[in-house]
Design a protein around this ligand. Structure first.
Ligand code: ADP
Ligand code: ASP
Ligand code: MG
Length: 400
């Protein structure tokens, strides 16, 4: 069972977590994974920002400290209720990660230790989000990463299921904070959930879905405050009905870069993207078109907001002989995606998306697709309108 920030936001909420554990610990062997209290990791990041410190090694030490507080507090409450528990930090398990601080990958979990602690206690309470690298430095696995800690632990223990308790009672057809008619989905395939998360639905950390899919581990997303079933994320074969479109998601995390007036000849795109990939910058959407003179081309692509400045600098300083007329950037963009397994065998999904946006007079700046997803880049100010219009066009909501 994993409890997110809002589920452990204060002592009353932590007591509520303890009562959920109390109802279940005699039925199941439980490992509990906790986040920091809601807002705490953001506050820690703000403190770091005031120092403007160059190394992310020390950042991780500070950023992961919120989880130490919640596992300690829950363990104290459980022990007072005579539920014998042991609080564990990432390094005590240990959860070994690589050294890419602030986005470390989990390499190994000492599951024998967890099993030993489970034998000796009623429950084990583990800090999410944190690990230790082979040089003994504390690492963090990326913002929102406690979901991934939980799934990694559940997979390593061959758990029956991993329950992710949060502030919504399941995964919805669109972000319930902006789509008023969003509908709760009972069952979702790993593939769809993976696209939803990676396209911006932050209800689950993308890597947690990837890992659950790899290990065929059933996930349930549910509320810690309402006692009812949530959304089950399962293998596609278990789904009877495959919706053509089952969800809409959005992300404001990307920026658009346009390089205009580049020579229209083989190898130019490779050169441009080489400069960025060497610096570990991921490119998402890409559009290339020929400019009016018919000789030169324009290349538009997106990078994460946090990589925008460095990408611009790299392309300006290090253009390796690429001649271009102009380089422009725009962070005021949003990526809107529609996702559904049934899209694989159904035509007309893209047409409906483009027509719906056209009807709202929303211009499309770039497009990308996968087998079960279509994404478009639009001006950020149209996000709410686009998400809600698409949600009704595909009849996803309760009122449609
Ligand atoms: P936690 O702190 O428990 O990890 P998060 O804030 O990370 O919780 O995730 C829950 C939030 O995800 C919800 O409050 C909701 O605003 C957001 N969200 C975005 N898209 C969706 C969606 N399609 N379904 C449900 N929640 C979503
Ligand atoms: N506390 C961390 C964060 O806010 C990890 C998590 O909550 O999943 O990103
Ligand atoms: Mg989360």
């Amino acid at each position: 069972m994993k409890f997110g920030g809002t589920s452990v936001a204060n002592i009353n909420r932590i007591k509520n977590v303890a009562s959920i554990i109390n109802k279940n610990y005699k039925k199941y062997k439980l490992v509990i994974v906790l986040s920091a209290m809601a807002g705490v990791t953001n506050d820690l990041q703000k403190l770091i920002d005031q120092i403007d410190y160059p190394s992310s090694k020390e950042n991780d030490l500070v950023l992961t400290s919120g989880e130490q507080v919640t596992v300690g507090l829950l363990s104290m409450i459980l022990n007072k209720m005579k539920i014998k528990s042991i609080p564990l930090l990432g390094w005590q398990v240990p959860i070994i990660t690589d050294s890419s601080h602030e986005k470390a990958k989990i390499l190994n979990i000492n599951k024998d230790n967890i099993l030993k602690y489970l034998d000796e206690n009623d429950v084990v309470v583990l800090a999410g989000f944190q690990g230790i690298n082979t040089e003994g430095k504390i690492t963090s696995i990326g913002r929102g990463g406690s979901d991934t800690t939980a799934v990694a632990i559940a997979s390593s223990l061959n758990a029956e299921r991993c329950d992710i308790f949060t502030d919504v009672d399941g995964v919805y057809s669109g972000d319930p904070t902006i789509v008023k008619s969003a509908k709760k989905i009972d069952k979702f395939s790993y593939e769809e959930m993976l696209e939803m998360s990676s396209m911006g639905a932050k209800v689950l950390h993308t890597r947690s879905v990837e890992l659950a899919m790899k290990n065929n581990l059933t996930l349930q997303v549910l509320s810690s405050l309402i006692n009812q079933e949530g959304t089950f994320i399962v293998n596609e074969k278990k789904l009877i009905e495959k919706e053509v479109v089952s969800g809409v998601s959005y992300s404001k995390d990307e920026s658009k870069i346009t390089i205009s007036g580049i020579p229209d000849k083989p190898g130019i795109a490779a050169k441009i993207f080489r400069i960025l990939s060497r610096n570990n910058i991921n490119i998402d959407m890409i559009v290339q078109n020929i400019s009016q003179d018919g000789i030169s081309a324009n290349l538009t692509f997106t990078v994460l907001n946090k990589d925008m400045k460095i990408s611009k600098n790299l392309l300006e300083k290090n253009s390796e002989g690429i001649l271009y007329k102009q380089l422009s950037t725009n962070s005021e963009v949003a990526k809107i995606s529609v996702i559904g397994m049934g899209m694989m065998s159904q035509s007309g999904v893209a047409e409906k998306m483009f027509q719906t946006l056209a009807d709202q007079k929303i211009n499309i700046l770039a497009i990308s697709t996968s087998e079960i997803k279509i994404s478009v880049l639009i001006e950020e100010k149209y996000t709410n309108n686009a998400v809600n219009s698409l949600h009704s066009a595909y009849r996803l909501g309760i009122n449609n």
